[in-house]
Design a protein around this ligand. Structure first.
Ligand code: SF4
Length: 261
């Protein structure tokens, strides 16, 4: 399977994007932010998005978020991270590893699995989702592997993954991006907040619509970088409550910051 690192921006790609940033600003020697709004033409927004990806990559360097390079492990990991802190997810993951990894989950009664996952919260629900997801993979492919999807189109893989319990659109795209090497864009709460505040998309879009709108704006090769670095930026700077706008590298072009919201 392709390692997630393959999708990160190479030094050459970063250099190329930095060239865009070097173009002179009409108003200042800072980044030539254009402050496009969500109702402006797509081409202009695409340039803006590419600049933001470069700035965020330089700031956060696509630091590892703990995702797995094996799709079956990622199917287990994603539910463990939902609505809990990282340390709790890591503890539960270690218990899965000690148990024998995903294959051992298939032989473990649901109640026992829930007890192992107690640190991750919602353990009964997560145990049910995880065990049933793995069973459905075996039912479909005859083994605990998604290797047979290698020749499938992205849409086909996404359609199958979203039939699994607890795997909605964003989670399906995380599995595809992190562990299958597919250049799709998962839009989580941090990326949604950032895109809305910057003015790329209108607020309150449905999950399907915001995925579609952002996918049009973000080139395939930039999607991994944007997703990962938007998460770091959302955790550390563009927080849901009390964003640290005065320290933000994006503030010159941010719609929310400009409007003083
Ligand atoms: S300027 Fe403020 S609202 Fe805008 S992206 Fe930065 S932290 Fe978020």
């Amino acid at each position: 399977m392709t390692k997630c690192g393959v999708q990160r921006l190479s030094d050459q790609e970063l250099l190329a994007l930095r060239e865009i940033l070097r173009k002179p600003s009409p108003t200042s020697n800072q980044v030539a932010w254009q402050r496009p709004r969500y109702d402006q033409p797509t081409a202009r927004k695409q340039q803006w998005v590419a600049k933001v990806v470069t700035v965020l990559e330089a700031e956060h360097r696509s630091a590892d978020l703990g995702n797995k390079t094996d799709p079956i492990e990622e199917l287990v990991w994603i539910p463990l991270t939902r609505q809990t802190h990282r340390q709790n997810s890591l503890r539960s993951w270690q218990r899965i590893v000690d148990l024998g990894g995903p294959p051992a989950i298939l032989k473990t009664p649901e109640e026992e699995l829930a007890a192992l996952l107690k640190d991750a919260g919602l353990s009964c629900q997560k145990a049910r989702w995880i065990k049933r997801s793995l069973e459905m993979v075996v039912e479909r492919f005859g083994r605990l592997s998604l290797d047979d999807t290698a020749a499938w189109a992205d849409e086909e893989v996404e359609r199958f993954l979203t039939t699994l319990p607890g795997i909605a659109l964003k989670s399906a795209r995380c599995v595809m991006m992190y562990s299958m090497g597919r250049q799709v864009l998962p839009v989580d709460t941090h990326l949604r907040r950032l895109a809305e505040r910057l003015g790329w998309v209108a607020e309150g879009r449905t999950e399907r619509r915001i995925h579609s709108e952002l996918e049009v704006l973000v080139e395939r090769g930039l999607r991994y970088s944007l997703h990962v670095n938007a998460i770091w930026h959302g955790r550390e700077v563009c927080r849901a409550l009390r964003p640290r706008c005065e320290e933000c590298v994006l503030r010159e072009g941010c719609q929310r910051s400009v409007n003083g919201a």
